[in-house]
Ligand binder design. Structure first.
Ligand SMILES: Cc1cc2nc3c(=O)[nH]c(=O)nc-3n(C[C@H](O)[C@H](O)[C@H](O)COP(=O)(O)OP(=O)(O)OC[C@H]3O[C@@H](n4cnc5c(N)ncnc54)[C@H](O)[C@@H]3O)c2cc1C
Length: 372
C-alpha cells in the first residue's frame, strides 16, 4: 500500500512549522503533528528579534549559520506573503545592545571582538557607539546609558504573525496539520517509520523531531539524543506609544503596531512558567533607565515562557545513524533561524543528508565538552 506521507514532522512550533513549510514547498507530502494547547510553547512567548550580534562564542559555525538565516529572511518573508498573504513585519535596520556603564561597554566590545576573532568565524562588522553618537540615533535615551554596540545585520519582526504565516503557507502548499496528536512512540519498520500519536498512527519515510522540550523523551526512540532543558524568560508589553524607536535593541523594541516590548529575562526554573514580580520589576526598571519617558507608559501584558536550551545553548541538528531518515532539530533562536530552517535545512532533510558543513551541530560535540 502506498504511504500517505513522505515525512512526519513532530512539533508544530516555529521550528517544526518552518521545516514543514520548507519541505512542503519542495513537493514532499508532509504531516505536521502537534501535541496541542497543553504543551509548552516557546513559539508563542518570544521576543521577536531576528538577531546576529553576539551569537556564536564557543561554536564559530553558529555565527555563520545565523548570518545565513538573517540574510535569507527577506526571501522567506516574501514567500510567506505570496503563499499565506501574511506580512510578518520584518525590519532589518540593524540593532543596538545598550550598556549602562563604561565598564559594561568595554566588556561588551571586548566580548564581540573575541567572538569575531575566533578561528573559522564568518566575520561581520560591528560598531562601538559612544553616548553622543547614540543619542542622535536613539533620541530620548537616559543619562545612565554609556553607549552601545551596533550590528547592521540585526532586526525584528512580529513573531506571532510569523508563526501564523508558516502554518498558513504550509497548508497552502498542501501540508497536513494534525493538532492534538501528541506523539507517543516512533518505530522504524521495513525502511519506514510508524508514528503512534494520541490521534492514531501515521506512516512516513522520514521523521523529523522538532518538538522543542518534547524532543528529549522522543529522541532515544530513534537512536538520537536531545538533552534539552527549559529556561524561563519573561516579557513586559507596554501600551502603544508614538513611534520613537527606529531600531530594535537587544532588550527593548517597538513593534510595528506601536507597543513596546521589554525583555527578556533568563532563569533556570525548571518547568515553572509562572511570572515573578521581582523579575518583571527589574526588566521595567532597566527599560526606564534606558528611556526615562517610558515611566509613564502603562503595562498592557506580561508573560513567561520556556526557552528550549541544549546543554551548550547551540542548535542540535542530526540524522540518526541507527535509524537513518530520523532527524532531530532543536535550537534556542527559532525566530532568527526560521529562514535557514525553511530554505536551507529542509532541502537537506529532503535529500537525506545534512551536509558536512553542519556537522558541528551534531550532539557529538557535547561528548567532547563533557570529556574535556
Ligand atoms: C521569552 C523568550 C524570548 C525569546 N526571544 C527570541 C527572540 O527574540 N528571537 C529568537 O530567535 N528566538 C527567541 N526565543 C526562542 C524561540 O521562541 C524558540 O527558539 C522557538 O520558539 C522554539 O520553537 P520550537 O518549535 O523548537 O519549540 P516550541 O515553540 O516549544 O514548540 C514545540 C512544539 O512541539 C509540540 N510537542 C511537544 N511534544 C510533542 C509530542 N510528543 N508530540 C507532538 N508534538 C509535541 C508542542 O505542542 C509545541 O507546539 C525566545 C524564547 C522565549 C521563551
Amino acid at each position: 500500500m502506498a504511504r500517505e506521507h513522505d515525512i512526519a514532522v513532530i512539533g508544530g512550533g516555529l521550528v517544526g512549522s518552518a521545516l514543514a513549510y520548507g519541505l512542503a514547498r519542495l513537493g514532499r507530502r508532509v504531516a505536521l503533528l502537534d501535541e496541542g494547547d497543553v504543551a509548552y510553547r516557546a513559539s508563542r512567548g518570544n521576543f521577536g528579534l531576528v538577531w546576529v550580534q553576539g551569537k556564536g562564542l564557543g561554536l564559530a559555525p553558529y555565527g555563520g549559520w545565523t548570518q545565513r538565516s538573517v540574510r535569507r529572511f527577506p526571501e522567506l518573508a516574501a514567500l510567506l506573503c505570496e503563499d499565506a498573504g501574511v506580512d510578518v513585519a520584518l525590519e532589518q535596520p540593524g540593532g543596538f545592545h545598550l550598556c549602562l556603564s563604561a565598564a559594561e561597554l568595554a566588556h561588551r566590545a571586548d566580548q564581540l571582538a573575541r567572538l569575531v576573532a575566533q578561528p573559522g568565524f564568518e566575520r561581520y562588522a560591528f560598531d562601538v557607539v559612544d553616548r553622543g553618537a547614540l543619542a542622535r540615533r536613539l533620541p530620548g535615551i537616559g543619562p545612565q546609558v554609556a553607549g552601545a554596540t551596533y550590528c547592521r545585520l540585526d532586526g525584528h519582526l512580529n513573531p506571532l504573525r510569523l508563526f501564523r504565516a508558516l502554518h498558513a503557507a504550509f497548508l497552502a502548499r498542501g501540508g497536513s496539520y494534525r493538532p492534538n496528536a501528541k506523539v507517543e512512540a516512533i518505530a522504524r519498520e521495513g525502511g519506514a517509520f510508524t508514528v503512534r500519536t494520541a490521534a492514531g498512527r501515521i506512516e512516513a519515510g522520514q521523521v523529523v523531531l522538532a518538538a522543542g522540550l518534547g524532543n528529549a523523551p522522543l529522541a532515544p526512540q530513534v537512536g538520537l539524543r536531545a538533552a534539552v532543558r527549559p529556561q524561563r524568560g519573561m516579557v513586559v508589553v507596554l501600551e502603544r506609544v508614538r513611534r520613537f524607536l527606529d531600531y530594535p535593541l537587544s532588550t527593548l523594541r517597538q513593534t510595528d503596531e506601536g507597543t513596546v516590548l521589554i525583555g527578556d529575562s533568563q532563569e533556570e526554573a525548571g518547568f515553572d512558567d509562572t511570572l515573578s514580580t521581582a523579575v518583571l520589576a527589574t526588566l521595567a526598571s532597566r527599560a526606564v533607565q534606558v528611556f526615562p519617558f517610558l515611566r509613564n507608559a502603562r503595562v498592557n501584558r506580561t508573560w513567561a515562557a520556556l526557552r528550549v536550551m541544549s546543554p551548550d545553548g547551540f542548535p542540535i541538528y542530526e540524522q540518526s545513524a541507527l535509524a537513518p531518515g530520523a532527524f532531530v532539530v532543536t535550537c534556542h533562536s527559532g525566530v532568527t533561524l526560521a529562514a535557514a530552517h525553511a530554505l536551507d535545512l529542509a532541502p537537506r532533510i529532503a535529500d537525506g543528508d545534512l551536509g558536512a558543513d553542519l556537522s558541528a551541530f551534531t550532539s557529538e560535540r557535547l561528548n567532547v565538552q563533557k570529556a574535556a
